[in-house]
Design a protein. Structure first.
Lengths: 206, 246
């Protein structure tokens, strides 16, 4: 047995110290400022969150014209909405939506890294970056989806999108049945990050 | 051959899948994420980006290029067993710290000393606001790789074979597609550059396609049953025409 599989006993503590020491030195040397990292984090905590994606999905559920446009020219459709300034910014330069419908379920993956539509969904959750998910979803998406609770009819086509180019993909899930009387706010509560990548369906009406 | 390029389709992995929905699982991960974004927003290549960032006037001591390509190249250069051993942001922390050491911004000794004292620098300095403004401007305006009008070699519906050129330090070609045959499903408008020349054909502006693959073509009898299509977004350099045999 080599040391290959051993982790240092102070694994997290050492990383925390290293990250703090690096940030401190970069500030001291004038690379970044004492506020830079906090401002970056605040940008994602307050403006670029999955709330933007939820608004896009609910607009597509409630406006047929928008629904048709958002899958053809995603940036132009999004630009019509009242969303934070920067939807075409970093990792949103070339957004591309794909829509689920009764015969088709879309799943977005990135087998080479972790490309993710930041302005629409915020930062990627760990599962999206997990090598096991990335490896298995490419070969056996139906099985992977069933394991996380998405049991699709056998005749439903699964479309897997591997993000190896410039586009940053997200999914417009299907609107759940029985939500005809829901307000936009109620509809938004049914939409999750997971549903907008394709590893979940939008929540049920009950 | 790098195992990192061949992740798609790897078998023998744990089941069932569970979804860790947190973005960060340790507080320190947020700090290295923020440092990485700052580096991208202060990268010297942004002077020639599409939003013409006044990068030379930003009073940062950072004078190098740092893009996703650098982070990815580092991850792809790792011992593959380490790549799978360490968590996502552990790899970032290792790669970014190494970059600053290699480029002479910090020394190993300074890092070790600072880790021991753990005093945090909070002193403000002239121009601090301009540095942060540039980082946020980058986030809002981005760094689109789109360049010229495209002159694509392939049309929608064309059958193409994926190249099998040796990968260099970095690649945007998923390994499982090498040598496979697919059908062009979409031709994007415009040409798309990549941050660097990867050595396997991409870098200069070129068309990008969505290519559709039949899982049976890729995985053979190990493909999953049921209606399924696999799409990948591929630079033109990764596509070859299929010779017509008549």
């Amino acid at each position: 047995m080599t040391g290959q599989f051993a982790y240092p006993p102070d694994r997290e503590e050492a990383s925390a110290k290293k990250a703090a020491a690096l940030e401190s030195l970069l500030i001291e040397k004038g690379v970044i400022t004492p506020q830079t990292v906090d401002k970056v984090l605040a940008y994602f905590e307050t403006e670029m969150t999955p709330l933007n994606g939820k608004k896009i999905v609910v607009k597509a559920w409630t406006d047929a014209e928008f629904a048709a446009k958002v899958v053809v020219d995603t940036p132009a459709a999004i630009a019509e909405l009242d969303l934070p300034d920067g939807m075409a910014g970093a990792e949103g330069e070339h957004l591309q939506a794909v829509a689920n419908n009764p015969g088709v379920h879309n799943l977005v993956i990135c087998t080479l890294c972790s490309c993710f539509p930041w302005p629409v969904l915020g930062l990627p959750p760990y599962w999206y970056k997990d090598p096991t998910f990335r490896a298995r979803a490419a070969r056996e998406p139906r099985k992977v989806l069933a394991e996380v609770g998405v049991d699709l009819p056998a005749e439903t086509e699964i479309k897997v999108w591997d993000s190896s180019g410039h586009s940053r993909w997200f999914v417009i899930p299907e609107r759940p049945a029985g939500t005809e009387d829901f307000t936009d706010e109620m509809l938004m509560d049914l939409v999750t990050t997971e549903a907008m990548i394709g590893v979940a369906l939008a929540g049920s009406a009950s | 051959m790098k195992l990192q390029h061949y992740l798609g389709g790897l078998e023998g992995l744990p089941e069932p899948l569970t979804l860790e929905e947190r973005v960060f699982v340790e507080e320190w991960e947020k700090r290295i994420f923020g440092i990485h974004v700052a580096m991208m927003g202060l990268s010297n290549h942004l002077g020639s980006a599409l939003p013409a960032y006044p990068i030379d006037e930003v009073p940062t001591a950072f004078k190098d290029e740092w893009t996703w390509a650098d982070l990815r190249t580092g991850a792809e250069a790792m011992n593959p067993f380490d790549y799978f051993k360490f968590r996502y942001y552990e790899k970032w922390l290792g790669g970014i710290t190494q970059f600053f050491a290699d480029k002479g911004y910090v020394t190993e000794e300074e890092l070790a000393d600072r880790m021991a004292e753990l005093s945090s620098a909070t002193a403000d300095f002239d121009g601090a606001e301009d540095i942060d403004d540039q980082v946020i401007a980058y986030l809002r305006l981005g760094d689109s790789p789109r360049r010229d009008v495209a002159h694509p070699k392939f049309a929608i519906g064309s059958s193409v074979r994926i190249t099998n050129v040796p990968a260099d330090a970095h690649s945007r070609l998923p390994g499982y597609l090498r040598g496979r045959v697919g059908t062009v499903e979409r031709v994007f408008e415009g040409d798309y550059a990549y941050f660097c020349h990867t050595g396997d054909g991409i870098g200069d502006p070129m068309p990008i396609y969505i290519v559709e693959f039949a899982p049976r073509e890729i995985w053979g009898p190990r493909a999953e049953d049921g209606p399924l299509s696999l799409y990948a977004e591929l630079f033109e350099a990764y596509l070859e025409p299929i010779e017509e045999t008549s």
